[in-house]
Design a protein. Structure first.
Length: 612
């Protein structure tokens, strides 16, 4: 351990000595905090969801991702807990990265995507495949990146939106942004609530006890301290208050309240051939669970995580070298977990080389030292080759890991118990992709293979109590095919994006498909604009999924269509006004993506957006 740290410090120190100062300010390169995604992902499949896509779905991040990516989502009813299955992996094997920091829960190891409000984000990226070398534990199936970009020299701009829809659904949002040559500031406030009492199709019942209310605050500040020093501050606060919906077979009267905060301070020093960053972050999560919301008794859990990161990026001709040292301390406790802590130190080295204009490759290595586990050495190799201007081949292979969470190890109560004998998960994977693109089109095909050893799964024992165990061997493989077509004729413009994913996720012991992993998923998005008018349709097809490990129980495939119409009114007194009308579940499909938990029937939502 000492030798590795000494080597990293030696590498960083040499670059500090030989880095040359320059008065040019590379703001475009340092504003984005998640620099690894920008600098070291040439041979990796990365998909961007821009602002216009994020605005089409006025709810939570789940709504955006399930209609625009191959990721399958399990929702315990609309607005309830939402977990991701990326390439057939579990929710705790999908890393969520906020401004370059992994923010998965220290208690559960995953992110509830219905607690993330996308409208205040600048952009969302989806990085497919293993990313443990860069983003740590849990980045096995892929990672989802939430970025707040700072804009210097931008005019003072405000956006306000208000919406109302079926089931007494309310949305309110305010965004403000301005910047001078030295200062940048952005503010985002969001509210999303609903009684959520939709009718269960085919029955005389409604979704009782399904109300929710979410509040979100985002702040980002950038201050140029000198010609080569930049200070950035990010703050996110989310508060949720949800009644948990019952099922078709059992009513519910419980309630869940959570408060999550994320604070990040980053200092950046940039010169002609190097950029160095120091990040300090504190992440906290708190929840209260009321088994009976009419009573005062509740169970609870809290965790706090402090992270310190030093990042040094050095450029030499066609080489990029990035050394990173990261320290992390975590504390957690709750009704079902005694006070526990974990300390972690990581050393990371990222190398990228472009020997010619049409060929590049990257090599990443990482080693973590964890106080309560032996963490494996992991690596990643990626290659990008462009034989022609329109044709690209990507290849990558990696070894990745996931450390058991506090709940996995120490949980006690409620018919479940943790397992302190768990081993960390490790996975080996490979991927090959090719893209054909032109001025108005793009087609891509990716094939992937993932072999996971010691997969952690919660399973019931003979007495019905749940506990996590290590599954000996699991294999995932599949294909992802995506197309995009653009057409512009005068003031008419069309955009059509489609995606198809085929996924096999097999428990090699039972030879069965893992539960809640569809073999087939299809998405289709068609958008049209003409002058002040706009229209779009979204289609989502999820194939059959199994709900039992012996594959004897299943949920049927379903097709959900949404449609929207927008109109922008002429600018008046400096205010631009746009109206959005969206019909969700246009075909009134009766469907579930978790057994016995129906999703909403046809519903409508109206939004007014103001820009000034």
């Amino acid at each position: 351990m000492k030798n590795v740290i000494l080597l990293l410090f030696t590498f960083l120190g040499v670059n500090l000595v030989f880095g040359q100062r320059d008065s040019v300010i590379f703001l475009q390169e340092v504003v984005l905090s998640d620099s690894k995604l920008q600098e070291f992902a040439d041979g990796i499949k990365v998909t961007q969801l821009n602002d216009s896509v994020l605005q089409r779905n006025q709810g939570m991040l789940t709504d955006n991702l399930q209609f625009n990516t191959p990721i399958y989502f399990r929702q315990n009813g609309y607005g309830m807990v939402s977990s991701a299955s990326f390439r057939g992996t579990s929710a705790s094997q999908t890393a969520v990265v906020w401004n370059g920091i992994n923010i998965n829960s220290q208690l559960t190891g995953q992110t509830d995507f219905n607690t993330v409000m996308a409208q205040n984000l600048s952009e969302v990226f989806v990085r497919s495949g293993g990313g443990s070398t860069q983003y740590g534990t849990g980045a096995i199936g892929g990672s989802i990146h939430l970025n707040q970009n700072l804009a210097f020299g931008s005019p003072f701009e405000n956006r306000f939106r208000i919406g109302y829809g079926s089931f007494d659904t309310n949305t309110i949002g305010y965004q403000s942004q301005w910047g001078t040559n030295k200062t940048s500031f952005s503010l985002g406030i969001g509210h999303f609530s609903s009684t959520n009492n939709f009718k269960y199709l085919g029955t005389d019942r409604r979704n009782e006890n399904g109300a929710f209310s979410n509040q979100n605050l985002d702040i980002a500040i950038g201050q140029l301290l000198s010609k080569s020093n930049l200070l950035k501050v990010y703050q996110n606060t989310f508060f949720g208050n949800r009644d948990f919906s019952g099922t078709l077979t059992a009513p519910s009267n419980d309630n869940y309240r959570d408060l999550n905060t994320r604070s990040l301070v980053e200092w950046t020093n940039f010169e002609t051939n190097y950029i160095q960053r120091v990040k300090a972050a504190y992440l906290s999560e708190r929840y209260r669970y009321y088994a009976n919301k009419e009573r005062e008794e509740f169970s609870f859990g809290t965790s706090g995580s402090f992270l310190l990161n030093y990042d040094y990026l050095y450029r030499y001709k066609k080489w990029k070298l990035n050394g990173i040292i990261e320290a992390n301390t975590i504390n957690a406790q709750g009704s079902s977990i005694n006070k526990e802590s974990r300390n972690r130190l990581a050393g990371i080295l990222l190398i990228s080389h472009r020997p010619s204009n049409n060929f590049s490759y990257g090599i990443d290595i990482r080693k973590d030292w964890v106080s309560d586990f032996e963490s494996p050495f992991v690596y990643s190799i990626d290659i990008k080759y462009e034989p022609t201007e329109s044709y690209t081949i990507n290849l990558n292979t990696s070894k990745n890991f996931r450390i058991p969470t506090f709940n996995d190890l120490y949980w006690e109560g409620g018919g479940a118990v943790g397992n302190s004998e768990l081993l960390p998960e490790t996975s080996l994977q490979g991927e090959i992709g090719q893209t054909l693109s032109g001025k108005n089109y793009s087609l891509s095909l990716n094939g992937f293979y993932i072999s996971t050893i010691d997969l952690i799964q919660w399973r019931p024992d003979v007495s019905g109590n749940w506990s996590p165990i290590n599954v000996k061997d699991v294999t995932h493989y599949g294909l992802e095919f995506e197309t995009e077509f653009l057409k512009k004729s005068g003031e008419h413009q069309w955009q059509w994006k489609n995606g198809y994913a085929y996924t096999k996720a097999i428990d090699n012991e039972s030879k069965q498909q893992l539960i809640y992993v569809p073999y087939h998923k299809i998405t289709s998005n068609l958008a049209y604009s003409y002058k002040k008018w706009g229209a779009f349709t979204q289609g989502l097809y999820n194939g059959e999924v199994f709900t039992s490990t012996d594959n004897n129980q299943n949920l049927s495939a379903y097709l959900v269509l949404n449609a929207g119409l927008t109109y922008g009114f002429p600018k008046k007194k400096g205010i631009e006004t746009e109206v959005h009308v969206v019909i969700n579940n246009l075909l009134n499909e009766n469907y579930q993506n978790v057994a016995f938990r129906p999703m909403p029937n046809r519903n409508i939502h109206l939004n007014l957006n103001f820009k000034f």
